[in-house]
Design a protein around this ligand. Sequence first.
Ligand code: BES
Ligand code: MN
Ligand code: MN
Length: 457
Amino acid sequence: MNSAQRERFLEELFEFLKIPSVSADPAYSGEVKKAATWVAQALEKVGCQQIEIIETPGHPIVYGAIEVNPEYPTVLVYGHYDVQPPDPIDLWSKPPFEPYIQKTDIHPEGAIFARGACDDKGQMYMHIKALELMQEKGELPCNLKFMIEGEEEVGSDNLEDFVRAHTDKLKSDIILISDTGLGSVDQPAITTGLRGLSYMEVTVTGPNRDLHSGLYGGTVANPINILADMIAQLHTAEGSVNIPGFYEDVVVYSASERTAIEQAPIDDQDFKAALDLDALHGEEGYSTLERKSIRPTLDVNGIWGGYTGEGAKTVIPSQAHAKISMRLVPNQDWEKISALFESHFQSIAPAGVRVSVTTHHGGKPYVMPTDHIGYRAAHQAYEKSFGKAPVALRDGGSIPIVPMFEEVLGCKSVLMGFGLDSDAIHSPNEHFGLWNFYKGIETIPLFYESFKSLWQE
Ligand code: BES
Ligand code: MN
Ligand code: MN
């Protein structure tokens, strides 16, 4: 990659980042479409064929392929062009869809700031530019297929139907995804695990209308007080999840497996310092790395009700609400966990309120064995590119379509992520290191080479 290419790749990414493809908000659906078209054109420019923008009941899926030799293995590249809502917008230093470069302590060479810079536009675009570089050299060791969706951040509702209906079209020897983290710049890591997810919403309803808190305070159950109390009951004093049956299917790891987890380049002191915390918090008996990888968790993501405007208003609200997510690990089943949550949450509701529980979406956990040919190819690629052997990292986030691909396509996914936990994905001032962006573009072609030789063995 020469400097003219570096510059142009960045300019192109800026153009992409300027499209506010927020999948969660219907007001942006035109922009999401625009981003899909942009991706299709970018694929076409680097020589992909069979380009399609496939409409779904939600946002479109972009497909493109390049076949070099039927004797070569086929790699399916997955990514997403949709982004999280930028809220809270006031906390951004500059507008979220006006990308700019700024240096940070962790990215002294500069980082690209914009919503989607890391998750996942920047990381997905690395694959398109890696293909461009390989085309330039005239060396494509694998046949490629690209499937880039626009609904990852809202649960990939329509991707499964598409995948089920096109198993032949999507047939491949491995799936390659850059939508996770690198661990650290000094010690690269390859993701070997993702957590599952179960996402719930609860509503506690008390009196049939909002009440004056003087006239009624002390006489009726206040839904917000009750909801807070119920939420507090969802954890034990030891920090474990207090739902009967929650841990029933959780895989217990051996001492040697637990030692291996500690190889990941994350250290408690740095972890605290990066978040301005004086202490970390979690399940007793487990390290930070274990708490964010092999242990399931429960978190409230949002809570609302009553008066939250300027000044004071004395009111007992009729309703209180919360969004609650649970991160799951092997072999928890998200549908079973959602059902356990619902019946438990109903059972702890006191008289005087009604509780409703709904399930938003869920997903299975995922594990990539390190002796798999896909992992070994990634390991070789990282070793060449970074000059250092990568370690395996079980990550805490979720990409529910990865286990779905395994189930429907019978194909494993390699998670070659280049982001850092400090890149603030889903948060204000999301960014992606320039070094990481270019390193990704350089590492991806090495993966194809390694994969081809291992596959041909
Ligand atoms: N790319 C992330 C997942 C991720 C990030 C995994 C970093 C590991 C490391 C993805 O876009 C995401 O945000 N997934 C959601 C789940 C989805 C169903 C909304 C998540 O993990 O909350
Ligand atoms: Mn993502
Ligand atoms: Mn995301």
